[in-house]
Design a protein around this ligand. Structure first.
Ligand SMILES: [Zn+2]
Length: 350
């Protein structure tokens, strides 16, 4: 049997002679990338997976045509900095290493990346520079130690698949709603207590996996999502268990009363309020957080009453499963809550 080093040489020489555009050095038991590889400037595909590589040589930046690099299943502790100079890279696989850190400048140098696979590492955070990856279609960070996702993920407007399964996330950024092309979102086995409200703006979302989290309900208007598959077992959803409650007096603060008046009047485009609002940025910001009553559709800022309604995935979302799940609904007042003919339940907090 040929020694590993010899096998590498023969393969490299063949590539050199033929001017090949791909080189497969996977499972060659190598610790380092052979020096000659950096001379193969026509390479577009380089497979280095299933080895014991701990770093990459700086002269690899001479691979000016490289579009796919597989470094999966090696011994990297950090995303090698030379990658930040491989501007032509489209697919980058770094799964099953021991990576703890993703340097910001590396991501900043990969504007053409469409696939980034960081599965099975020890990454705690992704840098804000992830916003540079504006062509990214698939991002997978499955089985890591992520505690948060940067808000800048909202810049990835072409992202179609996002896999954050098996991390330590307790919250997802609100800005996720900007990833309008998202079709698959996997966030199973995290610590999520809620999903961002804006998620319902993801009009292409077909698969959502939130199994094994701490969700108590789904966000407002969740049933409008075009989901085909939903995985949500192993959460802490509120149950439909009617119990008596005492209703406190309905006293709204002056600020809320004024806010409701401004919101209501401002809906009319020809109103004085609507025309003057742009001159008061503080007020506009405050009113941007307004919600709409699920019963009377009146706007309000402070949530008076958080309710749920239970939707049937089969009947309301045309899915194959017969599951019923709780969806958040916000009401403006007890007056609305006490009207007949609706299916909203108040949520018991204890
Ligand atoms: Zn109302």
């Amino acid at each position: 049997m040929a020694k590993p080093e010899l096998a590498v040489s023969v393969s490299t020489v063949r590539t050199l002679c033929g001017g090949a555009t791909s080189l497969n050095l996977s499972s060659k038991k190598i610790n380092n990338v052979p020096k000659r590889v950096s001379g193969l400037t026509k390479l577009s595909v380089l497979l280095l997976n299933n080895n014991s590589i701990t770093g990459l040589p700086a002269d690899l930046l001479s691979l000016r045509r490289l579009s796919e690099l597989n470094l999966g299943n090696n011994a990297l502790k950090k995303v090698p900095s030379v990658l930040g100079h491989l501007e032509t890279l489209k697919k980058l696989y770094l799964f099953s290493n021991q990576i703890t850190e993703v340097p910001p400048d590396v991501l900043g140098g990969l504007p053409n990346l469409t696939v980034l696979n960081l599965n099975h590492n020890k990454i705690q955070r992704l840098p804000a520079e992830i916003k540079s990856l504006t062509k990214l279609l698939h991002l997978s960070v499955l089985d890591n130690n992520l505690e948060e996702v940067p808000a800048e993920i909202g810049h990835l407007t072409m992202l179609s698949e996002l896999n954050l399964t098996s991390n330590k996330l307790s919250v997802l950024p609100q800005q996720l709603y900007k990833c309008k092309d998202l079709t698959k979102l996997h966030v199973a086995r995290n610590k999520l207590t809620s999903l961002p409200e804006g998620i319902t703006a993801l009009t292409k979302l077909h698969i959502l996996d939130v199994a094994g989290n701490n969700l108590s309900m789904f966000p407002v208007e969740f049933h409008l999502l075009p989901l085909k598959e939903l995985y949500c077992e192993g959460n802490r959803f509120v149950k439909r268990k009617p119990m008596p409650s005492v209703q406190g007096a309905e006293v709204l603060a002056l600020k809320e009363l004024v806010a409701r008046f401004v919101l209501r009047t401002g809906r009319d485009r020809h109103s004085w309020v609507h025309m003057r609002l742009p001159h008061y940025p503080c007020l506009t910001t405050l009113l941007a957080n307004a919600s709409c009553c699920a019963i009377c559709f009146s706007p309000f800022v402070t949530t008076w009453l958080e309710c749920v309604h239970f939707i049937s995935l089969k009947k309301d979302m045309k899915m194959k499963t017969s599951l019923t799940v709780p969806v958040r609904a916000l009401l403006c007042s007890y007056k609305c809550f006490n009207t007949d003919g609706h299916y909203y339940y108040g949520v018991a907090t204890s």
